[in-house]
Design a binder for this molecule. Structure first.
Ligand code: ZN
Length: 373
């Protein structure tokens, strides 16, 4: 990476960190305004209106209130989202999308997320109604089932909503790749080329889907990399599979979510008692959202720490199984250059925000590996 590019990556990183903080500040401010005034808060005022409007029907009032809070948030934060998601990528010349192209994707993803959120929250509040204080066990189980279903559907339903992909029929290293996957006991339904360059200058590779939908996805830009580099990158993905990282990470998330929901349950009980709400009234949703966002923020060092450990294990697997140390190092450097990632970050930022070890560390490990073998 040349010096100019490295400086640019540092600026990009700084912007991303500021936006990360702003995300929480904006959400915090929004919820503060909703909850301000205790018993006379805007949130409770709207909840009582919604209840009146639906004739206090549990299902419709729950859905309508949560939908209104979400809609209000999306509308108010839309200019901010434009700057953060579209403006930033354009500013750093990472996006190949027009504004309207981006807007279409934004609408699709917002509708999809809102639908999922409504279903998930309706389930949570229904469990509060029928199971009382034990609702969090059912909610955590529901979360696990949702992860499995989404994992299976991701490559065949969700990804195609945003990106085109096609099976790779011919590629110089196709045979080599398939041999590597099979020798590691990994059955995939195919190798796919993901058309990322239509939208972004970034490159990526992943092993996605579960069971019958599991497949290798490589972005078009990545397919142009030298053969050894593609093999090394995919060996890293195979490492995740061999070490069962997806399941270990899912188990950690499930445990943290269960603990979070248990604590949330106590907070909701207190709030509902003070606000004159039933425990299962969706009028508590702003408190739900506030607590859960804070919980996510607090547990980030734990989930990211575990994720970095998995990434290092996958790197070691790639190096051990292929012996392609220098190819892996140059692939990581090429990815960092294309994706405008900084090579070294302050330790505190890495601990808190990074799901992968800083690229510089990974590159040095790969280079030293080459030296050793
Ligand atoms: Zn990885």
């Amino acid at each position: 990476m040349n010096q100019e590019r490295a400086k640019l990556a540092e600026r990009y990183e700084r912007f991303q960190n500021v936006f990360f903080l702003l995300d929480y500040l904006v959400l915090g401010l929004f919820l503060f305004v909703l909850l301000l005034g205790g018993g006379k808060s805007l949130s409770l005022f709207v909840w009582h209106k919604v209840s009146e409007f639906t004739g206090a029907n549990f299902w419709t009032s729950t859905l309508l209130f949560i939908f209104l809070v979400q809609l209000l948030y999306q509308v108010i934060t839309f200019p901010y989202t434009c700057v953060k998601d579209f403006g930033l990528e354009k500013k750093f010349d990472l996006s190949n999308q027009s504004f309207f192209g981006w807007l279409w994707d934004y609408l699709k993803s917002t509708i999809l997320m809102t639908l999922l959120l409504l279903v998930a929250l309706l389930f949570c509040y229904a469990m509060m109604r029928y199971l009382g204080e034990w609702w969090f066990l059912a909610a955590a189980a529901g979360w696990i089932i949702l992860q499995v279903v989404l994992g299976m559907l991701f490559p065949v339903v969700i990804l195609p909503l945003f990106y085109k992909s096609e099976e790779i029929n011919e590629h110089p290293c196709k045979e080599r790749l398939i041999k590597m996957l099979e020798s590691n006991g990994l059955k995939v339904t195919g190798l796919y080329r993901l058309d990322l360059s239509e939208k972004t200058k970034k490159a990526n590779a992943m092993l996605c889907g579960l069971g019958a939908t599991r497949r290798v996805m490589m972005s078009d830009a990545l397919l142009e990399y030298p053969e050894d580099e593609i093999i090394a990158i995919m060996a890293h993905e195979v490492g995740h599979y061999k070490r069962r990282h997806i399941w270990k990470l899912a188990a950690l998330h499930a445990a943290l979510i269960m603990l979070g929901l248990f604590l949330l349950s106590k907070v909701l009980a207190l709030y509902c008692a003070r606000a004159g709400l039933n425990f299962y009234d969706a009028g508590s949703y702003p408190v739900f959202l506030l607590f859960f966002s804070l919980w996510q923020l607090l547990t980030m060092p734990v989930t990211n720490g575990f994720s970095r450990k998995c990434e290092t294990e996958a790197d070691i697997f790639a190096l051990q199984s292929t012996g392609l140390g220098s190819a892996f190092a140059s692939a990581l450097l090429r990815l960092a250059d294309g994706n405008l990632a900084v090579l070294d970050v302050p330790r505190a930022i890495e601990i808190f925000l990074y799901s992968h070890p800083a690229t510089g560390k990974r590159i040095r490990m790969a280079q030293n590996w080459e030296g050793k073998s």
